[in-house]
Design a protein around this ligand. Structure first.
Ligand code: GAR
Length: 194
């Protein structure tokens, strides 16, 4: 069985979409894969309650007590590795990961980013897209490499920018698409890796 571990920092709507897709499409039978655990760097992450309701391991590795990124990433990796993951999924995980962490999960670490990469890596993507006068926004599922938000692209979704859009309105339109492309991209990725 290919175990999936999902990392979150907040509401976890992408995580929930992946968990639901795994249940609905029976990834266990079809892909030989299942979501095993959800790990958050914040104890107040809304997604943890959903994960618990679904019977998943829902754990917190709080980054704050650690003296360095390296020390936090080491503790995070220990928590992840307890579930022997074939794939680690970043779903709204808002911490920059060290090169050592990225190397440890090379070829089995994916992320979703709320822009049409390579445009707008980093934060405040929707505000920057609006300020740049973009006619389209979107989201990108990509493999994670040491170069932040620059790994090989697995899937993208495009949405229009509408007159009067605010960053929040654009973010909500993009998020709806994220929930469609992320489960699909993961299933495709696992199938190819088989
Ligand atoms: C999503 O829009 C995701 O693309 C973004 O955070 C949101 C998390 O929402 N990720 C990043 O900005 C990563 N740099 P969710 O917690 O409801 O899935």
């Amino acid at each position: 069985m290919k175990n999936i571990v999902i990392l979150i920092s907040g509401g976890g709507s992408n995580m929930a979409a992946i968990v639901r897709a795994a249940q609905r499409d029976n990834w266990r039978k079809g892909l030989g894969a299942e979501v095993k655990a959800v790990i958050s760097n914040r104890a107040d992450a809304g997604g943890l309650a959903f994960a618990r309701e679904q019977g998943l391991a829902a754990e917190v590795v709080d980054h704050k007590p650690f003296p360095s990124r390296e020390a936090f990433d080491e503790a995070l990796a220990t928590a992840i590795d307890a579930h022997a993951p074939a794939l680690v999924v970043l779903a709204g995980f808002m911490r920059i990961l060290t090169p050592a962490f990225v190397e440890r999960y090379r070829g089995r670490l994916v992320n979703i980013h709320p822009s049409l990469l390579p445009a707008f890596p980093g934060l405040h993507t929707h505000q920057r897209a609006l300020e740049a006068g973009c006619r389209f926004g979107g989201a990108t599922v990509h493999q994670v490499t040491a170069d932040l938000d620059h790994g090989p692209i697995l899937e993208q979704a495009v949405v229009p920018v509408l007159p009067g859009d605010t960053p929040e309105a654009l973010a909500a339109r993009v998020l709806t698409q994220e929930h469609l492309i992320y489960p699909r991209a993961i299933a495709h990725f696992l199938r190819q890796a088989a």
